[in-house]
Design a protein around this ligand. Structure first.
Ligand code: UPG
Length: 406
């Protein structure tokens, strides 16, 4: 299924990056009309869909004939690919022969829908094997990995990596994710957030206040926010523990757990239930899910009303939610993992710590010190504008395409 894209113009970004817009247009000149197909597993929920909704229209706006397709697959397929997601980030679980066969079969069927593109960007593990079943060897194939691949389950990786053989380039968020034996074909650049999307653009005070009211969040009391899918690696249990430790010192504190159910994540429902049970009857923990109508605008409003953003993930390819908070001038307290490390500069725009007690200590410090929050907030905004906004990301893709089509 091709995803319907909205219109976007690179000109709209002039207010943010000034004349760099002209540089991007020039860079894209030789790529005019090139057919680029992005393929992933879901049009809704999670970081990859978030990026593609913004990036593909922007690629079109600089002249590329870019499209985005979501693979068609039954629910059982996503049970298997969630296992890939978990094992490739290090989980010790088995994938049966039957599951591998189902995976290949679904990718083979989706490969039949592939036609005459010149460049393919295949995102994450779900559609990776499509390449194996497409005979277009003179085209350029990119595998874009969104997760932390530094410590994969080797048994799964050895088998899975065979599907990557036909790719010209593997793109990771960080160099530390380059797999052994694949370094020459690998490159790294970070993903991005879109400052003009509904998730990140400026909101007026009234919209923010009304959103909080609807979600029963008190705007007068401090708010810790964690935005993360219901996924084992996000460790929402620790986020609740940190909040409880903070509450001992600051009883009026509230916690917003902003979490969506992604269409390609069957495990989400189980985690949702576990996290709810763990939170118990504490009414100051506010669950803000897509089931309650929390979409991009609401996430934006909650992030803007946040006193301190918290992120307790134990593995994180990048973590768009960190940049989303920093861009809104909200300091972030997080664990020093994967892509979080390149966004949060300890003591500058937030704090990094592993243990729950330490994380809670930093949250308390920030809640109590408005001036510190203001200073860190400014630095955070700058970090994102310089490194993690969509125009930087677009440039990196354009350079990669130019390099491959040379
Ligand atoms: N989000 C919502 N509503 C929610 C919860 C999340 O809109 O209730 C959004 C969130 O605002 C963000 C995205 O979903 O835009 C989540 O992205 P991210 O924090 O990056 O996490 P993942 O969904 O796990 O995304 C995967 C990787 C991650 C990487 C991302 C993009 O795990 O590390 O940054 O892909 O490459």
């Amino acid at each position: 299924m091709d995803v319907v894209l909205r219109e976007r113009s690179i000109e709209e970004y002039r207010t943010i990056i000034g004349n760099e817009v002209d540089e991007i247009k020039k860079l894209a000149e030789p790529l005019k009309g090139k057919k680029v197909l992005h393929v992933n597993a879901t049009a809704y929920g999670g970081g990859v869909a978030e990026i593609l909704h913004n990036l593909v229209p922007l690629m079109r706006s600089v002249g590329l004939d870019a499209r985005w397709r979501v693979i068609e697959a039954p629910d059982e397929f996503f049970n298997v690919t969630k296992k890939f997601h978990n094992t490739l980030q290090g989980a010790d679980i088995e994938i049966s022969e039957e599951e591998w066969n189902l995976y290949e079969e679904v990718c083979r069927k989706n490969a039949e829908l592939i036609q005459d593109e010149e460049l393919f960007v295949i995102h994450d593990s779900q559609p990776a094997a499509v390449r194996k079943f497409v005979d277009l060897n003179d085209r350029k194939w990119i595998w874009r990995c969104h997760i932390d691949l530094s410590t994969p389950n080797m048994k799964v990786w050895q088998k899975f990596s065979q599907y990557l053989e036909g790719y010209n380039r593997l793109v990771f968020h960080l160099e530390e994710y380059f797999p052994q034996g694949w370094k020459e074909r690998s490159i790294a650049f970070p993903p991005s957030i879109d400052p003009l999307s509904e998730k990140n653009r400026d909101l007026d005070e009234d919209t923010i206040r009304k959103t909080l009211e609807r979600l029963e969040i008190d705007p007068e009391r401090p708010l810790i926010t964690v935005v993360a899918r219901f996924d084992p690696w996000k460790d929402l249990f620790s986020a609740i523990d940190v909040y409880r430790l903070v509450k001992k010192e600051i009883p009026e504190v509230q916690l917003a757990v902003v979490s969506a159910m992604a269409a390609d994540d069957p495990e989400g429902w189980f985690f949702f239930e576990k996290v709810l049970r763990y939170a118990g009857t504490d009414e100051d923990i506010k669950f803000c899910t897509n089931l309650k109508g929390v979409g991009n605008k609401e996430v934006n409003a909650i992030q803007r009303a946040t006193t301190v953003a918290l992120h307790t993930a134990t593995r994180e390819g990048f973590g768009l939610v960190i940049s989303e908070a920093l861009y809104k001038r909200v300091p972030v307290v997080a664990r020093p993992v994967g892509g979080v490390k390149i966004q949060v500069k300890h003591g500058e725009n937030g704090y990094l710590a592993w243990e729950r007690e330490d994380l809670a200590g930093y949250v308390v410090k920030l809640i109590k010190d408005e001036e510190l929050r203001r200073k860190m907030g400014e630095k955070g905004r700058q970090t994102v504008v310089e490194n993690f906004i969509i125009t930087v990301h677009l440039k990196n893709y354009l350079k990669l395409f130019l390099d491959l089509l040379r």
